[in-house]
Design a protein around this ligand. Structure first.
Ligand code: AMP
Length: 303
């Protein structure tokens, strides 16, 4: 299959049994298909992705399949959420493999637009969420969330979904999208699915493939450190500085890890907590060779 000017050619993949998966890069086409599904009384679920699909994405698709009569997956490496010098050009784009995964997981429609289809002219209209986008990843990626909220708004408008599925792996993204949907009265529900991990605890990510063998061995220390933090809080620690220090000490066991942040924040406002109360989000970001890895854990101590 090859791309045309407006993304991927529309094709229909006929599967065993009655199911069929359709693929398009055209906004007009996806609009028509979702309108037909809605007219047939089906609830529409959207799983927005940048492709390079893995078991984490598959878990979102499976949840969408359980909850919605019609499942749309978008594959779009969104240029507006990448900053200068980030990995937009190198981001993996294994299109045929992505289609196979979608097919295996019972997706109804894959929407894979080109950048020209999504941004046909200079983009003058942006959706910005203030405050919560300035913490954590917002510090080192200044326009990232503006790109995410703008493209998600466009996708929600194009697909007309009832539910959109996101992964807890990108905790700040979930908080930002939920807030945008609430503030702007967008008529859909946001469902957040748990982080899927490798057997050694590393959060599955499309960017893990950038890691060398040695870096891949070091990477699980991030989750080990998060678990150590959780243990301390569950054992009664209420001082975020002490938890942070301990997490940092564990992460320092892999000297190649360059820590960007280790933050203990309120799970909704994303502001640093002064004292650990009932629920706290521990979020970390670190560079490991060419990859920037993020992970998080929510600790609900029940206090
Ligand atoms: P991406 O393609 O990286 O933009 O991710 C698309 C969606 O998949 C986002 O909502 C991510 O949070 C989610 N996702 C990515 N990795 C995982 C994972 N390991 N577990 C659960 N969800 C994930």
């Amino acid at each position: 299959m090859s791309p045309n000017a407006s993304g991927w050619r529309s094709v229909e993949i006929v599967l065993k049994g009655a199911r069929r998966m359709r693929v398009t890069g055209k906004i007009a086409e996806i609009r028509q298909w979702t309108a037909e599904a809605r007219a047939a009384g089906k609830g529409i679920g959207l799983v927005p992705t940048m492709g390079a699909l893995h078991v984490g994405h598959a878990s979102l698709i499976d949840e969408a399949r359980r909850r919605c009569g019609f499942v749309v997956v978008s594959l779009f490496v969104n240029p507006t959420q990448f900053g200068p010098g980030e990995d937009f050009d190198n981001y993996p784009r294994p299109f045929e493999r992505d289609l196979a995964l979608c097919e295996q997981h019972g997706v109804d429609v894959v929407f894979a637009p080109s950048a020209a289809e999504m941004y046909p002219r200079e983009n003058l209209s942006w959706v910005t969420v203030s405050g919560i986008t300035e913490h954590l990843c917002g510090r080192s990626r200044p326009n990232h969330f503006r790109g995410v909220t703008t493209v998600c708004t466009k996708l929600f408008n194009i697909v007309g979904c009832d539910v959109a599925f996101f992964g807890q792996k990108d905790a700040q993204q979930c908080v930002v999208i939920r807030r945008m949907v609430a503030d702007l009265n967008m008529p859909l529900e946001i469902l957040v699915c748990p982080t899927v991990r490798e057997a050694d605890g590393l959060a599955v990510s499309s960017r893990n493939q950038y890691l060398s063998a040695q870096q891949r061995k070091d990477a699980p220390i991030i989750y080990e450190a998060l678990k150590k933090g959780r243990e301390m809080i569950e054992a009664g620690e209420t001082d975020p500085a002490r938890v942070r220090e301990r997490i940092e000490a564990v992460m320092r066991r892999a000297p190649a890890l360059q820590i960007e942040y280790i933050s203990l924040v309120d799970p909704e406002t994303l502001e640093d907590v002064k004292r650990i109360g009932r629920a706290v989000l521990i979020a970390v970001a670190a560079r490991l060779g060419p990859a920037r890895l993020i992970d998080n854990i929510v600790v609900d101590s029940g206090r």
